[in-house]
Each structure stands twice: as C-alpha cells, then as structure tokens.
Design a binder for this molecule. Structure first.
Ligand code: NAP
Length: 324
C-alpha cells in the first residue's frame, strides 16, 4: 500500500512531489502522455518569481523534477486509466495493466489543448496542424502560417512564430483579443502579424502531399468565404482538463474541472486536486506550483489524522462513490 500517488508532472504535480518527498511520504509520481505538462512546450517563462531573466519552461520543469528526486520521489512512466475508491484506500489502474493501491492521491493531471473539431483534424496533426509553436514553429521558416484564438496562448504563439514565418495571420472569432494588455499590444504592433477579426477557420485544405497548404475562412460578420494560403495552422483556443479516469467518480464543475470541497480536498476522502485540472481562473505556473504545495500538505495532514491504527476508524467514503 502506497502512502501517496501523484498523477502528473507539471508544475503542480512536481511541487507536490517536492513537498511530499521532503515530508517523508515517499510518493510515486505518474508521468503520463505529456511529461512536464504545459510548461514543457513553452519557451521563455518570464513571470515565475526568482528568475529575473526568465527561464525556459522545459528547464524549469527539469529542475523541479530533480529537486523532487533529490528528496526521494519515485517517478514511473505510466498513465492512470481507472480509479476506484475502496473502504479506506484508493485503487488505481494503470495502462501497463498493473494496479496500485494508495492511501492518498493527488490529481495534478493538468489540461490538454482544445481543437476546432474540423474534418481530418486528427490526421493533419503533425502535417501542418499543431497546438505547439515552441515544438513545431521552427519547421515553418519563411512561409506564411496562421494562429487561431484570441487569448494569451494565441498571442504568445503568434509572437514566437514571427521568428521563423514570413507572415503570421491571427484568426480570431471576435474583434478583440482577450489576451493581457501587454501581449495584445505586442501582437498588434508587430509588423509580421496580421489579425483577421470576426472570422473562423471553416476547413483545412491540403496539397497532393497531404500537407497543409491553406485554410478556408468564413467571416462571422458577413458569411463571406475566402482562402488563405498557410503552411501551418497553430490552434490556440484553450484547454480541457484531463479528468477522464475520474469520470463519474469525482465531482466536476460546469466546465469539467475537478471540484474541491475544502482546501485541495475533493469529495472523496484521500483524494486531492491541484493545478490546471481544477482551475480555469488563474491557470498560471506559479499558481499551480502553490496549489501543488497545498495538496501535499493536505495529503500529509490527512495521513496523520487517519493513521492506520489497529481497530482505528478509516475515513468514511460517500457510499455512492464506493465501487461495488
Ligand atoms: P483562453 O484565455 O481561454 O483563450 C482561448 C481563446 O480561444 C479565446 O480567445 C476564445 O475566443 C478562443 N476560442 C475558444 N474556443 C474557440 C473555438 N471553438 N473556435 C475559435 N476560437 C475559440 O485560453 P489560453 O489563451 O490558452 O489561456 C489560458 C490561460 O493561461 C489564461 O488565463 C491566460 O492568461 C494564461 N496564459 C498566460 C500566458 C502568459 O502569461 N505568458 C501565456 C499563455 C496562457 P473568445 O475570446 O471569443 O472567447
């Protein structure tokens, strides 16, 4: 029986791992499909306190991971596929067919990029369609590209892409960005970026080689259609929380984010949530780190309060959540 399993290796999961390992909980940290979370696909992080010159996202993550390992956190490449609350413990199913039993769980599985839902979208990923400028921007030198979205991610991607692309179109469904003022100003002032307002991407158009060659645009103001030649489309329209293994077992809010009851505790005793999987308000690396710290402290307190003593009472689990 493990004391603590942490799901996710973004800012929240790794900070929880540092605190929990240092606190002697000997946690197992599950690294899923995107180790390092969203910071692993970010360039310069300028607003994480303590790094006045900024720090690359992957480097920040790597440092957090080695800090957790120094305190004894164990890392395992496995994805959580199922979760059953039992009486007094939690049973976790992993994609390698193994089961892991644990007294407490910190869910820090983050959020994944959203897509437009157009035909052929899945097939085109990697062939001129991506959600990560940092990963793929350098492949598109001296050619036109477009970014879809109007938030900070879209602004950041567009600015980053100006290093490579000959032209960056920013296609947004409204006539104003929701990005922060400073990012909006940088985007609007950049000579290589051309915003296309009140417009949606209606279709991806490919060449004979199967690679992106253009998009069909539809004006949401007039309904007029046009074709825009671009070699890559960078979709930056937000994220969805990674809560699949917990469907029907952990309560979520109207947008699908895990609900917390008190501090980082969820409705199931012993289960805590931290970072973007439970937050669509702040969504910042430093906030996720703080939340991961809180979850580790909450898990530690829970274990102290519910120590397994012979004949001792285990935490009650809501009956509707107990697996048959
Ligand atoms: P976001 O703020 O939710 O913005 C998503 C954008 O995509 C919005 O402009 C939205 O349009 C548009 N959109 C959503 N669904 C769409 C669809 N189906 N078709 C077309 N457009 C669609 O997401 P985000 O930009 O990923 O940012 C998430 C959070 O992280 C924010 O709090 C942001 O401040 C933060 N962040 C910060 C930084 C930084 O500080 N350096 C960098 C990146 C992200 P509407 O505007 O019409 O809703």
């Amino acid at each position: 029986m493990e004391k603590l399993v942490i799901v996710g290796t973004g800012c929240a999961g790794l900070t929880a791992a540092v605190y929990a390992a240092r606190g002697g909980l000997n946690p197992i940290v599950l690294e899923g499909r995107q180790p390092g979370g969203q910071l692993s696909t970010t360039t310069l992080v300028e607003n994480f306190p303590g790094f006045p010159e900024g720090i690359d996202g992957p480097e920040l993550i790597m440092r957090m991971k080695s800090q957790a390992e120094n305190f004894g956190a164990r890392f395992r490449y496995a994805e959580l596929t199922g979760f059953e609350p039992k009486a007094g413990y939690l049973s976790l199913q992993l994609d390698d067919e193994e089961t892991l039993d644990t007294r407490t769980l910190i869910v820090a599985s983050g959020a994944a990029a959203r897509w437009l839902g157009l035909p052929n979208e899945t097939k085109l990923i990697g062939h001129g369609l991506t959600s990560c400028a940092t990963c793929d921007g350098a492949f598109y030198r001296n050619v036109p590209v477009c970014v879809v979205g109007g938030g900070d991610s879209a602004a950041e991607e567009a600015l980053f892409l100006t290093r490579f692309a000959s032209k960056v179109y920013l296609v947004h469904r409204r006539d104003a960005l929701r990005a922060s003022k400073i990012m909006t100003a940088r985007v609007l002032e950049h000579p290589k970026i051309e915003p296309i307002w009140n417009t949606r991407v209606a279709e991806y158009l490919t060449g004979e080689d199967g690679e992106m060659r253009a998009v069909r645009l539809e004006s949401l103001a007039t309904g007029a259609e046009s074709e825009l030649a671009v070699r890559c489309v960078f979709v930056a329209i937000g994220h969805e929380p990674n809560t699949k293994p917990f469907a029907g077992k952990l309560p979520v809010d109207t947008e699908g984010y895990l609900l917390k009851t008190r501090g980082t505790a969820t409705a199931v005793p012993g289960v805590f949530a931290a970072g973007d999987v439970s937050d669509h308000v702040y969504r910042q690396a430093i906030w996720a780190a703080g939340d991961g710290c809180a979850a580790a402290l909450d898990a530690e307190r829970y274990l102290t309060e519910h120590a397994e003593e012979p004949g001792g009472e285990l935490a009650p689990i809501p009956q509707e959540l107990v697996a048959a």
